[in-house]
Design a protein around this ligand. Structure first.
Ligand code: PNS
Length: 163
């Protein structure tokens, strides 16, 4: 059983995240989408809200490979969450080269902190989704722009309810 953890803020989930989930379904038997309570950012949505939005989004998403996908919040170190799930793999999407420095640092830190063998697998963002970042989506929505090309319908509904 290959279990992957896909951690992040997902505040909110975007088509870029969904693309990574679909592609990761070809690499693992089970993906645990791990919504971080501690990511160093001030979120718009609470962890339970983000879980609800992601679950609603996944209900309308078809995966290219058979894979169980579950969504959970976590407020621990990522490596402890991975241990709890017996996960061997961290999935991270990388949009551009400048993301890579932060990502490589985080992967090295997690590998050092972990008492188990874990691998971080970087998936290069599909060029179609390279410009999408959750922080921009929130700004565009806040200023009345159309975010429908970037996020799934449950996010649009949640943004409309919040802003
Ligand atoms: O989507 P993000 O905000 O770039 O994700 C960052 C995240 C959640 C992966 C990272 O902050 C994290 O792993 N937080 C959990 C706490 C932890 O383990 N920190 C040490 C590694 S940075």
């Amino acid at each position: 059983m290959r279990t992957a953890v896909y951690p992040g803020s997902f505040d909110p989930v975007t088509f870029g995240h969904l693309d990574i989930i679909k592609r990761a379904s070809k690499l693992a038997d089970r993906i645990v989408i791990a919504i971080a309570a501690h990511s160093g950012k001030k979120p718009l949505f609470t962890v339970p809200e983000r879980i609800e939005i992601l679950n609603a989004t996944l209900e309308e998403t078809e995966l290219p490979a058979p894979c169980e996908v579950v969504v959970e919040g976590f407020d621990t170190l990522l490596i402890d969450f991975m241990k709890k799930h017996k996960a061997q793999m961290v999935i991270r999407g990388v949009r551009q080269y400048s993301d890579f420095e932060y990502e490589a640092q985080m992967a090295a830190l997690n590998a050092k902190l972990s008492d188990r063998d874990i691998e971080t697998v970087f998936l290069a963002a599909n060029p179609e989704y390279q410009a999408i970042a959750s922080r921009f989506i929130k700004q565009v929505a806040q200023l009345g722009g159309d975010v429908s090309p970037f996020v799934p319908p449950p996010v649009i509904a949640a943004l409309q309810g919040r802003l």
